[in-house]
Design a protein around this ligand. Structure first.
Ligand SMILES: Nc1ncnc2c1ncn2[C@@H]1O[C@H](COP(=O)(O)OP(=O)(O)OP(=O)(O)O)[C@@H](O)[C@H]1O
Length: 305
């Protein structure tokens, strides 16, 4: 069982709409679920993993409803973002306990296999209290893998990891994807998703904003209108010269800031145009700063596009 279908799914908490009419399909390989904080990624993952019921719509795995379906739970492993671990347990005890919960025939052997997969044998008999953040993450991962699920869901798995741990986890997730499993991980960092995911789903403010490979998502982000704040030795002359070019969509003189607010449509064209025009007219550029580069603004452009 490998294909998760999210069909017109919404989830609200009181009057907060965390997920708003999202439809997407997640198949084998590694998929990145990208979006700023509060976009609804955890809520979506919890619904995909059967931890949370959708308020509307359906989540199915190869056609079978996920919510309250034990048959389906057998195929899903989930690594939540925050999970209380019993610090006095060792990783081995923690993973064996989960194997027992799954009713596996040989919990010891299954736990040993899962701990080997995440390369945690060296510390498996130490209490979790003595682990680094990355080691805890790996213990959680072993616990999620103990029943050999075909679908693995991870909520912000790279948070708080050092570069070496990050590489290690990337390698592991890549391998699992190559084996034909469905691996989905959430992140708010495009570069992280880019390095690992062959497919990206973007969510913003509870809504599905875009999907495609990283080239497509990158292009959507660079092709959006860019806003700059520019200060120069002659703002009026600069504005007149820039507006004559097609890559400049709008210019406003901001008296308070004593600067130009420029909206460019063609990112590459504009970054070439601005210094050239300034040079040709003998205008000195004092400040050139992007004024809307927050992740939220980049993503919300995708939603309104
Ligand atoms: N149990 C809950 N009760 C009330 N509101 C909730 C609950 N869970 C999530 N929300 C709200 O739903 C929205 C989406 O939250 P969610 O945690 O799914 O986003 P996220 O993309 O995972 O963000 P983060 O990366 O910050 O965890 C937020 O506004 C959040 O405050």
């Amino acid at each position: 069982m490998t294909t998760l279908s999210i069909d017109h799914v919404s989830r609200w908490f009181g009057n907060v709409v965390a997920v708003n009419d999202v439809t997407m399909t997640i198949g084998p390989g590694v998929t990145g679920l990208l979006g700023p904080n509060g976009a609804g990624k955890s809520t979506l993952i919890n619904m995909m993993g059967g931890f949370l019921a959708p308020s509307a719509g359906t989540v199915t795995l190869d056609g079978a409803t996920v919510w309250r379906n034990e048959q389906v739970y057998r195929h899903i492993g989930i690594v939540p973002e925050r999970e209380a671990m019993y610090d006095f347990l060792t990783a081995r005890e923690f993973v064996v306990a989960n194997a027992e919960l799954h009713g596996l025939a040989d919990p010891g052997a299954a736990a040993a296999r899962a701990l080997a997969t995440v390369e945690m044998e060296f510390a498996q008999d130490r209490p979790v209290a003595t682990y680094s953040k990355g080691m805890r993450q790996r213990a959680k991962m072993a616990s999620a893998l103990v029943h050999d699920p075909s679908v693995l869901l991870l909520d912000e798995p790279f948070n708080g990891m050092d570069p070496r741990q990050r590489l290690h986890l990337m390698e592991l997730l890549r391998r699992m994807g190559a084996e034909g499993r469905t691996v989905l991980f959430s992140s708010h960092i495009l570069e992280e998703v880019e390095q690992l995911a062959s497919h990206i789903e973007v969510v913003v403010a509870g809504r599905h904003a875009a999907s495609g490979d990283f080239r497509k998502i990158r292009r959507l982000m660079t092709d959006r209108p860019h806003r700059y704040l520019v200060r120069s030795s002659d703002d009026r002359a600069l504005a007149a010269a820039l507006i004559a070019d097609g890559s400049t969509a709008a210019i406003e003189l901001d008296w308070k800031e004593r600067a130009l607010r420029i909206q460019a449509i063609d990112f590459a064209g504009f970054t070439e145009l601005l210094p050239r025009v300034a040079r040709e007219r003998g205008i000195r550029l004092y400040t050139v700063s992007p004024s809307d580069e927050s992740l939220e603004s980049v993503f919300s452009y995708l939603v309104t596009a």
